[in-house]
Write a protein that binds this ligand. Sequence first.
Ligand code: ADP
Ligand code: G6P
Length: 493
Amino acid sequence: MVSSTSPMVVVANRLPFIITKDKDGNLVRKQCAGGLVTAVAPVVVETEGLWVGWSGLHKEDSTGEIPEADPLDQSPTAGLKSKQVIPVCLPKQQFDDYYNGCCNATFWPLFHSMPDRAIFQADKWEAYRQVNEEFAVLTVEAVKKLKESNPDSVPLVWLHDYHLMMAANSIRDMCDNLGLQINMAFFLHIPFPSWDIMRLFPWDDELLQGILGCDSVGFHVEDYCLNFIDCCQRRLGCRVDREQMLVEHNSRTVSVHPLPISIPYERFVSLAMKAPQVVKNHDQEQLLLGVDRLDYTKGLVHRILAFETLLKKHPEHIEHVTFLQVAVPSRTDVKEYQELKEELDQLIGRINGQFSTPNWSPIRYIYGCVSQEELAAFYRDSSVAVVTPLRDGMNLVAKEFVACQTGEPGVLILSPFAGAGSSMHEALLVNPYETNEFADVIHRALTMPKDERELRMKQLRRRERERDVNFWLTSFLKSVKSLSDDSISRGRL
Ligand code: ADP
Ligand code: G6P
């Protein structure tokens, strides 16, 4: 039986921090940005589990040593002790083929329904499978470690995201051979695409069978669950039950669960209560805020063009509204990301050149990672957050903004193409591809009466407070428990 005290092995491509050297040559931890780390790190700290993942170093330059957290570290991963961490260290070339060649170049665009950007190469797919095998071996080591300290336990192996869709069957086989009983779950942090998109991947059958190696499979929203079930039925001929969300494969029944991920809500509230004021040009200045990894799925260009249209259509906002975009560098080895960075630099330069006055520039652009304390201040002091991805699994920025709205209530503008769009009903929804309409929605948000803002924000905050990351974790644990209570997934269809 799985409870919150079951020992847990989280397996993800990345550890929740990367290891770098400080100026004196000492190894130090550096916080990573991204939805996965924000949500899962507190869970591993709380359950005293183990985390298997890449430290940012390759075999050529790693000793395998994991530094402890800096005593002043306030990040969500500060409580993770080095003995809880199992680093995956691979040769640079092999890792690059798997991570950039397959995960970033194939699965990321394909699963975000942008197939024109996806590249399919047999050698990169082979590297992906090999690296998943390496992760599987280290995961079994982690299971053994947990069993040594707690022989009667049934560890829960929790695989995360599109990097590790082929590890489950190897882990299961190795554990069976060693007589180690485990439960195994998979959670995807990005969308799961429709069958029409998935079938473009030349090895889609192997991939689906890889995921079905788990007992329980979770996605953010029901649509992604149904897409997955549909693919299993159409590609593998599995018997499925859409109502109960079950898939039968190789005489096992795999349960599928919509589990909308969330944030540590109270942590963001208290950060917002303590954060210093954001410096503005003048008291009446309204801030429009964007916070994203610099990624083509986030719709940054569309957003900035909509802001430009706003300034043209509503010049009364000139000198009164500033767009603050914080973009954290991401996957900087990939050509598409380098090109996007250049496009943004040029676009922002052009708009600032065109509209700036001696005392004001329309766009403040921070290209870098900022601390959660600073983010909380931006969220709290902004009038409007613009969260408008072209496609996004969930989007935690929308939820963090809402949690940090402890002062004057602001407005959330949200894309319906983010998973968050299906539950945050009081946001202003906008299709990011419709530039004119987008500009009008920004204008509406900037001029919305206080009572309407208050009403919308109150509802948004109430829902996010109730359905925070602990709710997500509890729902996940319940889904795994119900599966083991049903005496391990056999013959339920
Ligand atoms: P994704 O997982 O695709 O990056 P999410 O919106 O779900 O998108 O999660 C992004 C996470 O990264 C959030 O927790 C957010 O606070 C963090 N983040 C985004 N941009 C920055 C930044 N510039 N500096 C620090 N953290 C950031
Ligand atoms: C998204 C993915 C995560 C990933 C993060 C940052 O949130 O779902 O798995 O870790 O982006 O991307 P990176 O490639 O830098 O790990």
